[in-house]
Design a binder for this molecule. Structure first.
Ligand code: CP
Ligand code: NVA
Length: 307
């Protein structure tokens, strides 16, 4: 049987994604001691290996704790700890690692590393962020939205800033969970055309604009992210071009009166968001961070066999 990879939000049926979110709510309610019925069979002898090519606080800790709370074990590695860092192929790494462990989570510089790993691994591979997407983050974000505002289907989410990896996963989620997505970016930092095309081909309600105010008007959720993602080098140019996209109180006032503010973190106060917004009463950023744990428990449970 093909392994249950969790690579991207556009790669799985909407029904499966919905079940993962529902299970995440159940796992959160259950707390640290996961009840047997929510645990994958044989989890006690299962090991998750985590490979990091980039830094991480939330992904690193929440996956580790998630696996332990499910009853399994973890191995955490920076890619330079592996022969991968000295040029061993991803293919050979995938074949070998699959003989020892039960699932692989990777944070990769290049999306191609993730897909090559998944192509050759015989165990589930999970995307812990690449240059192209960050699906685990957005699963936690959907969960957080629904905790605060109820079902996300039919609602409107505004993405403001860089059309980056997190934006891509939000756009894919808009199709799968049935909400409208408005994306405001400078023309230079629009999300990739192939992603926009996929969203539209699949009936997604997508607005692309360079006007932050237009994107945010009446939205139920305003989301942003750092202007300089890991691995990007043109920081000064980015900060200059993205300056009009800072989320401040005036912009938040244009959203729905009950709107929430989201940011995957790490955040840079005074750049993409003011302290008054991210530390204010509409901000749910710490809930998002917590929900990484619960959503990833549900992702791991699905990858390892819970339906
Ligand atoms: N949001 C997120 O993925 O954070 P880390 O980079 O700390 O894992
Ligand atoms: N877009 C950011 C997300 C960090 C979690 C990055 O890739 O650096």
């Amino acid at each position: 049987m093909a392994p249950r990879h969790f690579l991207d939000i556009d790669q799985l049926p909407a029904k499966t994604l919905r079940r993962i979110i529902d299970n995440a709510h159940a796992l959160k309610k259950a707390g640290r001691r996961t009840p047997a019925k929510l645990k994958p069979k044989g989890i006690e002898s299962s090991v998750l290996v985590m490979i990091f090519e980039k830094p991480s606080t939330r992904t690193r800790i929440s996956f580790d704790v998630a696996m332990r709370q499910l009853g399994g074990q973890t191995i955490m590695l920076n890619h330079n700890d592996l022969q991968l860092g000295r040029g061993e192929s991803i293919q050979d790494t995938a074949h070998v690692v699959s003989r020892y462990i039960d699932a692989i989570m990777i944070r990769a510089n290049s999306h191609e590393t993730l897909t090559t790993l998944a192509e050759h691994a015989t165990v589930p591979v999970i995307n812990g962020l690449t240059d192209k997407s960050h699906p685990c983050q957005v699963m936690a974000d959907i969960m957080t939205f629904e905790e605060h505002l109820g079902p996300i289907a039919g609602k409107t989410v505004a993405w403001v800033g860089d059309g980056n990896n997190v934006a891509v996963s939000w756009m894919q989620a808009a199709v799968q969970f049935g909400f409208a997505i408005r994306v405001a970016t400078p023309a230079e930092f629009k999300p990739e055309k192939s992603v926009c095309d996929w969203v539209r081909r699949n009936g997604g309600d997508l607005t692309l604009t360079t006007d932050a105010g237009k994107a945010v008007a009446g939205a139920h959720c305003v989301v942003t992210d750092t202007w300089v993602s890991m691995g990007q080098s043109d920081a000064a140019r980015r900060k200059k071009l993205l300056k009009p996209y800072a989320v401040d109180d005036a912009l938040m006032k244009r959203a729905d009166k009950n709107a929430i503010f989201m940011h995957c973190l790490p955040a840079y106060r005074g750049l993409e968001v003011t302290a008054s917004v991210i530390d204010g009463k509409q901000s749910v950023v710490i809930d998002e961070a917590e929900n990484r744990l619960h959503a990833q428990k549900a992702v791991l449970a699905w990858c390892l066999g819970v339906d």
